[in-house]
Design a protein around this ligand. Structure first.
Ligand SMILES: *Cc1c(COP(=O)(O)O)cnc(C)c1O
Length: 496
C-alpha cells in the first residue's frame, strides 16, 4: 500500500512520503500528516521479538512506503552504528519504582540524535526518489539540542547545506560550544537576538517567502527543515516506544499486552506525538503524560482546551523546553478533530491573530482520554535532581527531572497502577551548570570547567562526546536579528 501525506490545513495537498520529507513543510504553512494512519498497525507480539534496528526498519517501512527495503535498511544501519555509545541504542534502566528510557547515547548526548542521525540518509534517498536535482538547504531553529544534532547529522553530506539559528543567551554554554565548534564544509551557525519562538517563527515565515524561494531556485537550491515539523524527524522517534516496551517484556517487568504510561518532557510536542503514533499503531499505552516546565502553555491546554500564548516567556534550567508555540500540537489537533483541515487552519489563524484559541468540548474530552499533564517549577527541578541522585544514585538532567517530578504528581493524583516509563532526553553533562548547582549549590566556576568537577564528585564518567569541549576551536561567529535572517541566509549561500 502506498501512503499519502496531506497538509494539516488542506486535504487537497497530496504528496508521496519522499516529497513530504524533502519539503519539510507544506506550502500552505501546514504540517504533513499521513492520511491513513488509522488503518496502519503493527503486531505487538512480533515487535517484541525484534531488536532496535529491526524495530526501526518496521516502523519506517510503514510510513515511508515509496522507499525500497534496501533504502530503509541502509538508512537504519548507517544511522544507528558506533556513533552511539551503547549497543542497545536506547537502553532502559530501572530507577526506584519507575523506568528511565535513556535517549542520550548518540553523538550530541540528547534525544534529538535518534531522529537526526537518520534524517540525512532519509532525505538523500527521498531526493533521489523524487528525482530532485537541487541542492538542499536545511534551515533549523533550535532551542539548543536540535542544532548540534542536525549539524552532526548533515555535516559534509553531499548536496546539502545546513544553517542553524539559535537564540543568543537562550542555550547552555555546553550546547553553544557544541554548535560553534562544529567543523564540516557545509555547516553554518547563527546566533539570533530573541528567544526560540522568535527564531522558529522567522524560519517558518522564510519557508513561505516566495521571493526568497525564487532566489534560491535561481541558484539551484531548495529549502528543507530538520525541525520536528519534518515528518522525517517524527517517524524515527516512534521506534523507541516499541523497543522499550519489548525490552520490558523481555525482562519480565510487564506481560505482553499490559498497558504502560510514558512520561515525556515536552517542548515542541514532537516526542510525545511520536508516542501517540505508537499508540495508534497498537502499542498498549495507558496515558501519555506531558511534562512541562514553567512555560506551561501545554499543561494549561491539555487541561482546559484553551491554548493561550499571551504570557511571559521564561528562561528556565530546562531550556530545550522553553517554547510557547508548540509546532507539533497542530498535528494532534488534526487527528483529534477527525482530520478537519479547515478547522485546524482556522485555529492556527486565530493563534496568529489573537495568540489564543479554544477547541471544542468533544476534542477536549478526546484529549483528556489520551493525555495527562502537569508542570514543574524551577526549584522543584533542582530538588528532584538532588533527591533522585541521593536516594536512587541516578543522575538526571534537568529536562528529565521535570518529567520525574510530573511522574510523581501523576502517582499522587491518580490510582493508576500501571508502570510508567520516563523518557530521559539528555545526559546530565549536557546541562552541567544547572545539575552541578542542584547537587552542590552555587558556584562561580564556568560551566565548561564544571564538567570534570561534576564527574569527579559523582564518579560518573564524562561522555566521550564532549571531552575537551572547552579546548575546541570556535569556528562560527555569525549574529543577526530575526528580521534579517533572510539576508543572512543569502550571504551565507553567496559566500560558499
Ligand atoms: C527537544 C528536547 C525536548 C523537547 O522535545 P519536543 O519533541 O520538542 O517536545 C526535551 N528535552 C530535551 C533535552 C530536548 O532536547
Amino acid at each position: 500500500m502506498s501512503l499519502k501525506y496531506e497538509s494539516t490545513r488542506d486535504n487537497r495537498v497530496n504528496v508521496r512520503p519522499s516529497e513530504a520529507v524533502v519539503k519539510g513543510l507544506s506550502d500552505d504553512g501546514g504540517l504533513f500528516v499521513p492520511r491513513e494512519i488509522d488503518g496502519l498497525g503493527l503486531d505487538i507480539k512480533e515487535m517484541c521479538s525484534l531488536n532496535f534496528h529491526e524495530t526501526a526498519k518496521k516502523v519506517l517501512s510503514l510510513f515511508f512506503t515509496d522507499f525500497s527495503e534496501e533504502q530503509i535498511n541502509d538508512s537504519v544501519m548507517k544511522a544507528y552504528d558506533s556513533k552511539f555509545d551503547d549497543p542497545e541504542i536506547v537502553p532502559v534502566k530501572k530507577v526506584g519504582e519507575t523506568y528511565i528510557m535513556e535517549l542520550f547515547h548518540g553523538s550530541t548526548i540528547a534525544f534529538k540524535d535518534i531522529a537526526l542521525s537518520i534524517l540525512p540518509h532519509l532525505m538523500k534517498k527521498a531526493q533521489s526518489n523524487c528525482r530532485m536535482k537541487e541542492e538542499i538547504v536545511i534551515l533549523t531553529a533550535t532551542s539548543g539540542d536540535t542544532g548540534k544534532a542536525a549539524l552532526e547529522g548533515f555535516k559534509d553530506v553531499e548536496g546539502t547545506q545546513i544553517i542553524v539559528f539559535y537564540p543568543n543567551d537562550g542555550v547552555s554554554k555546553v550546547q553553544e560550544m557544541q554548535m560553534l565548534t562544529t567543523d564540516g564544509a557545509n555547516t553554518h551557525v547563527v546566533a539570533v537576538e530573541g528567544n526560540f519562538d522568535d527564531a522558529q517563527s522567522a524560519v517558518k515565515a522564510i519557508f513561505n517567502d516566495q521571493d526568497l524561494r525564487a532566489k534560491l531556485s535561481a541558484k539551484g537550491m531548495k529549502f528543507s527543515s530538520a525541525n520536528s515539523i519534518n515528518i522525517g524527524r517524527l517517524v524515527p522517534q516512534i521506534s523507541y516506544y516499541f523497543s522499550t516496551y519489548a525490552d520490558m517484556v523481555k525482562k519480565d517487568q510487564i506481560k505482553l499486552g499490559d498497558k504502560i504510561n510514558f512520561v515525556i518532557p515536552t517542548g515542541n510536542f514532537g516526542n510525545i506525538l511520536a508516542g501517540y503514533f505508537a499508540k495508534t499503531l497498537g502499542l498498549p499505552v495507558g496515558k501519555l503524560i506531558c511534562a512541562a516546565n514553567e512555560n506551561n502553555v501545554l499543561y494549561d491546554f491539555l487541561n482546559t482546551g484553551v491554548y493561550d500564548i499571551n504570557r511571559d516567556f521564561k528562561k528556565t534550567m530546562s531550556p530545550s523546553m522553553d517554547i510557547l508555540i508548540s509546532s507539533n500540537l497542530e498535528r494532534l489537533l488534526y487527528f483529534m478533530s477527525d482530520k478537519d483541515n479547515a478547522y485546524v487552519a482556522e485555529l492556527m489563524d486565530q493563534l496568529k491573530k489573537n495568540k489564543k484559541y479554544e477547541v471544542t468540548d468533544e476534542i477536549k474530552a478526546k484529549i483528556k482520554d489520551q493525555f495527562w499533564s502537569s508542570y514543574c517549577s524551577e526549584s522543584d527541578t533542582s530538588q528532584t535532581v538532588k533527591k533522585v541522585y541521593e536516594e536512587e544514585g541516578y543522575l538526571l538532567d534537568t529536562h528529565t527531572a521535570v518529567a520525574y517530578k510530573v511522574y510523581e504528581d501523576y502517582v499522587k493524583a491518580t490510582d493508576d497502577e500501571s508502570k510508567s516509563v520516563i523518557l530521559s532526553t539528555a545526559s546530565p553533562f549536557k546541562f552541567t551548570g544547572s545539575v552541578y548547582k542542584a547537587l552542590f549549590g552555587q558556584t562561580e566556576t564556568d560551566e565548561l570547567n564544571l564538567i570534570a568537577e561534576l564527574s569527579h564528585q559523582t564518579g560518573i564518567e564524562v561522555p566521550k562526546q564532549i571531552e575537551g569541549l572547552g579546548d575546541r576551536k570556535i569556528l562560527h561567529k555569525r549574529f543577526c536579528r530575526p528580521q534579517t535572517m533572510p539576508n543572512e541566509i543569502l550571504n551565507i549561500l553567496d559566500e560558499k
